[in-house]
Write a protein that binds this ligand. Structure first.
Ligand SMILES: [Zn+2]
Length: 127
């Protein structure tokens, strides 16, 4: 099994969770904010429908919450071990700034992870 067949490949590279060939998003750059959540309707390779139902990606906010909690925990550990002598205001400002910078990236990743919960990889589409 090579890495392209692993579920993480589709999540890391924003690919269709069923075939890992077609892009999920219309614009590859998450920092083009006008198109940050604009997705293809379905995969051109395997016909996987990306929006299963109305408000399908509402559940992605749980993934986004988890990713943000992980980010804050990681930043807290950095603050605790390396910047403890500074006031907590620097920590709060740093967390706010980094969360705002990573917001489009985390928003997209949470959608990709959420969609991958409902679709399994099919190796027959790789050939
Ligand atoms: Zn596909």
């Amino acid at each position: 099994m090579n890495f392209k067949e692993h579920k993480l490949y589709g999540i890391i590279f924003d690919k269709c969770p069923r075939c890992h060939s077609h892009d999920l998003f219309v614009d590859k750059n998450p920092y083009h904010l006008k198109n940050v959540v604009k997705m293809h309707e379905k995969c051109k390779v395997c016909s996987c429908v990306f929006e299963k139902e109305t408000w399908f990606y509402f559940g992605a906010m749980y993934i986004s919450y988890g990713l943000n909690v992980g980010l804050v925990a990681f930043l807290f550990l950095l603050y605790y071990f390396f910047f403890w002598s500074y006031t907590v205001h620097y920590f709060v400002a740093g967390v706010t700034l980094i969360s705002l910078i990573l917001f489009p990236f985390i928003m997209r990743k949470s959608r990709v992870v959420w969609l991958s919960f409902f679709e399994s990889f099919d190796a027959s589409f790789l050939k």
